[in-house]
Design a protein around this ligand. Structure first.
Ligand code: XUL
Length: 576
């Protein structure tokens, strides 16, 4: 038993590197973390990154990640991990970040010396010492060019799964060709953070992952190839063939055996020479691998921002959303919504409620939850009352594209009449339910069309809704999520702390190594996953009547968003 195989998932995120070890039964046996700000030495970073505010640049020193990797492995060793049992390694990387390798990279990787640290011997492998980070917003000019290259942002989204975004790697590479032309010409290969992790273990440069490549605005998802026209744009004044070489091929199989770990790891840590590297993927794709998420299941991550993830067979791109190839299962896609607003907006309403009640309970959400649950859906005491709905953005939002602000409306579902007004609204109490509804109606609006009817004449909806992150503790959010999003089997809380990405990566390694020919990830992990250990049903899902009423509200919500977007752009256009 003690020799049974183990698998490691690494999560290289913005603020830390984590290594999480599971056994074949998916049980976590070791975890080691390296917090970039707290545990690193020699890097003037803040929250894991450096910034150049004048140019809106955000980037991370690559040597920091090298320091982190040896330290995490060392820490696992100190905890007693017998590395010889580790049969597979995979990883999850913050999406979109790029790593620029120089001419000597392959040789330096191949000749890694186990008597020295990675940080001692690899910095010379990079043509550029920094990795542009997903928080970077220096690429407006490049994004405009990307959005135009196929005719419109809609067409770019149709081809690559997303319109142009500042953080996406294609616009970042184009800016790199302009800002650092000499460095670009000395760059032999470009990695994503995910393929960078795999490269370190392999001792040569690993290909991009089939899902994470979709975060570049370069990959034509339907054709399964790079888009030539976009590559031409992205290569700037350089040769397109040269860019193709820098990017490399993209294998389709997310469970592919890329090769064995380099002898650096066998000699320094005692890994077995047959320990295999499986493609690392992006952190969001890895998150949907933290459980056997079935098509039509939805995951809502309720943190400072809100992220919505779904596995779906439908490919219906739109400039406000993202589609990626599914990280393990050909024929499926990962649908993603990334909001800037979320927890902060709810906290403002929570604080004004506590303030107005002059009550600061030990449970800060108690009053917010109670009031939200006592308020009727859409503020309608009677079905014929006007629906109350609004947008609450303490930060500028990208879904839809709006500056920070608050807008409140009433909507007549019968006549379709929409009025911007605060009359009839009693602030802050009416805002408690309205803010939860606003966030969830936006998810329903953008995910409709991706779900199917679960049968028995029921309307299309997710099978299950899984809530993760801080907001999943709020009873009111869970209940209203079930009412708005549905979910025939209910609303569940996924209790895996902040380990989702690392767990997903470790499960990917288990699947890559232990699958039978043709066996899907969902099938293998589904058979082994003990759901009672990880999830708890916290609310009912679909409720007849209220789901349909919210269906009418979605129409008003869509109209309201369009009106606010028009108003704001008219006001911006009117400015001198
Ligand atoms: C997704 C995105 C972030 C990063 C965070 O598009 O930019 O979620 O992946 O690490």
């Amino acid at each position: 038993m003690s020799q049974s195989p183990l698998y490691i998932g690494f999560d290289l995120s913005t603020q830390q590197l984590k290594g999480l070890v599971v056994n074949s039964e998916l049980k976590v046996v070791y975890i080691a973390k390296f917090d970039f700000d707290a545990d690193s030495h020699g890097f003037p970073i803040k929250k894991g990154v450096l910034t150049n505010e004048a140019e809106h640049e955000v980037y991370a020193p690559i040597a920091l990640w090298l320091q982190a990797l040896d330290t995490v492995l060392e820490s696992l060793r100190k905890q007693g991990l017998d590395f010889s049992r580790v049969k597979g390694i995979s990883g999850a990387g913050q999406q979109h970040g790029s790593v620029y390798w120089g001419d000597e990279a392959e040789q330096l990787l191949r000749n890694l010396d186990p008597s020295k640290s990675l940080e001692d011997q690899l910095p010379a492998a990079f043509s550029h010492p920094y990795s542009p980070n997903w928080q970077d917003s220096s690429t407006q000019r490049e994004c405009d060019e990307f959005d135009e290259i196929l005719g419109s942002p809609e067409q770019l989204a149709q081809a690559t799964g997303s319109k142009a975004h500042h953080r996406f790697t294609g616009p970042q590479i184009l800016r790199f060709t302009r800002k650092h032309p000499e460095v670009y010409s000395k760059t032999a290969r470009i990695s994503l953070v995910s393929s960078f992790i795999a490269s370190l273990f392999l001792g040569h440069i690993a290909p991009f992952d089939i899902s994470d490549v979709c975060g570049m605005n370069l990959w034509n998802i339907k054709n399964g190839t790079y888009d030539d026209k976009i590559l031409q744009l992205c290569s700037g004044k350089f040769e397109v063939e040269d860019l193709k070489r820098k990017l490399g091929d993209v294998p389709e199989d997310g469970g592919l055996h890329l090769g064995s770990v380099h002898s650096y790891y066998t000699k320094r840590y005692g890994f077995s020479s047959d320990c295999t590297v499986i493609p690392a993927t992006g952190d969001n794709p890895a998150t949907i691998l933290a459980l056997p998420l079935r098509p039509s299941d939805a995951m809502v991550s309720l943190g400072t921002s809100t992220t919505f993830l779904m596995s779906t067979p439908s490919y219906m791109p739109d400039p406000a959303t993202h589609f990626f190839n599914h990280p393990t299962t050909a024929g499926l896609y990962m649908f993603m919504l990334c909001y800037k607003n979320g927890g902060l907006a709810r906290e403002y309403v929570r604080d004004s409620i506590n303030e107005s009640l002059k009550d600061h309970p030990s449970q800060p959400w108690a009053n917010f939850d109670k009031i939200s649950l006592e308020s009727p859906p859409l503020g309608q005491k009677n079905p014929t009352d006007l629906m109350k709905m609004g947008l609450f953005f303490p930060r500028p939002e990208i879904v839809p594209n709006l500056p920070s602000g608050q807008w409140r409306f009433t909507y007549n579902a019968e006549s379709g009449d929409l009025q911007e007004t605060t009359s009839g609204w009693s602030a802050p109490n009416d805002e408690a339910r309205a803010i939860i509804e606003s966030q969830l109606l936006s998810l329903r609006l953008r995910s409709r069309g991706l779900t199917q009817s679960p049968g028995n004449g029921l309307p299309a909806q997710p099978r299950r809704v899984y809530l993760v992150g801080g907001g999943s503790k709020n009873q009111a959010i869970a209940k209203i999520a079930g009412e708005i999003l549905g979910g025939v089997e209910g609303v569940y809380k996924l209790d895996i702390g902040d380990n989702a990405c690392a767990l997903g990566a470790a499960y990917k390694a288990v699947w890559g190594m232990e699958r039978q020919p043709g066996q899907t990830f969902e099938n293998l992990i589904g058979q082994r996953w003990q759901e009672e250990e990880f999830i708890e049903k916290i609310a009912d899902g679909y409720q007849k009547g209220v789901f349909e009423q919210y269906g009418k509200a979605v129409e008003g919500f869509e109209k309201m968003e369009q009106q606010v977007v028009q108003q704001v752009s008219a006001a911006q256009g009117a400015k001198p």
